[in-house]
Design a protein. Structure first.
Length: 255
């Protein structure tokens, strides 16, 4: 008996049709996004730093921020430079796709490693978007937690000798709400991210290498709770072999 074997090669369009069906379905989805989602919007990537942005604006370690006035000034200057980059950046089609999924099903959630705020949406519930590395969109006092608008605070107080001392409590430094190297991550956000990872039917990675902790813990949590893993990333990741399917392509070429 002659056995006929047919090989069917799925195209990018075929994969996206499947992805679209999942996103428009009723099953709970948790998205995890990394730098690939931001670079598609034209923002600089810390790892490749093709534009030299991070070479010129080298991140300040948290311990230095606490002990050095010069480091605090440099950190604020870096964040103002990021804001300048953000003025021309717009959310991509993939940002819009995620937002649409969150709005149509409040069980869906978005864990992001990005700090640019392009993923934010006023129409989503507060616990649907989890910024594990913080955000450049606001600043807060490290002592009393009073929040400030980043640009307004910088414009009003950056010339002061004691900048960035908190004008409210006069006992703590105001810092942009990103997580610096050496700074502890928000335990409540991490707990929520773990919860969302354990409760989803599909875990969809967008633009993340899955090599950085704690973000690379979340796909494992999802898999351990029988979720199906889908990875959209330009380069291969350590989780590719465990995924339902993988698309190795830039996000802007996928959608």
């Amino acid at each position: 008996m002659l056995q006929l074997i047919i090989f069917y090669i799925l195209t990018l369009e075929d994969y996206f049709k499947t992805l679209k069906q999942i996103i428009e379905g009723d099953d709970a989805i948790t998205f995890l996004s990394g730098a690939g989602l931001s670079t598609a919007a034209g923002l600089p990537d810390f790892r490749s730093d093709a534009k030299g942005f991070w070479t010129k604006n080298k991140p300040v370690h948290f311990a230095d921020y606490l002990t050095s006035a010069e480091s605090r000034k440099k950190s604020w200057q870096n964040n103002i430079a990021i804001h300048h980059e953000l003025t021309s950046a717009k959310p991509t089609k993939m940002h819009a796709l995620i937002e649409k999924a969150l709005k149509r099903n409040h069980l869906n959630s978005h864990i992001t490693q990005n700090i640019d705020g392009l993923h934010t949406s006023e129409e989503c519930l507060p616990d649907q978007i989890i910024e594990i590395h913080g955000t450049t969109r606001k600043a807060a006092c490290l002592n009393c937690y009073e929040e400030y608008d980043v640009k307004d605070f910088y414009e009003e107080y950056s010339k002061a000798d004691n900048f960035p001392l908190c004008p409210k409590c006069q006992n703590g430094y105001v810092k942009v709400a990103t997580i610096s190297f050496g700074q502890q991550l928000d335990s409540a956000k991490l707990s929520l991210a773990k919860e969302k990872s354990s409760q989803c039917r599909y875990f969809i990675v967008m633009g993340s290498s899955l090599k950085v902790s704690p973000a690379n813990h979340f796909p494992r949590i999802a898999l351990n709770n029988n979720a199906k893993l889908i990875i959209l990333n330009y380069d291969s990741t350590p989780f590719d072999s465990a995924a339902e399917f993988v698309i190795n392509e830039k996000l802007e070429n996928i959608y």
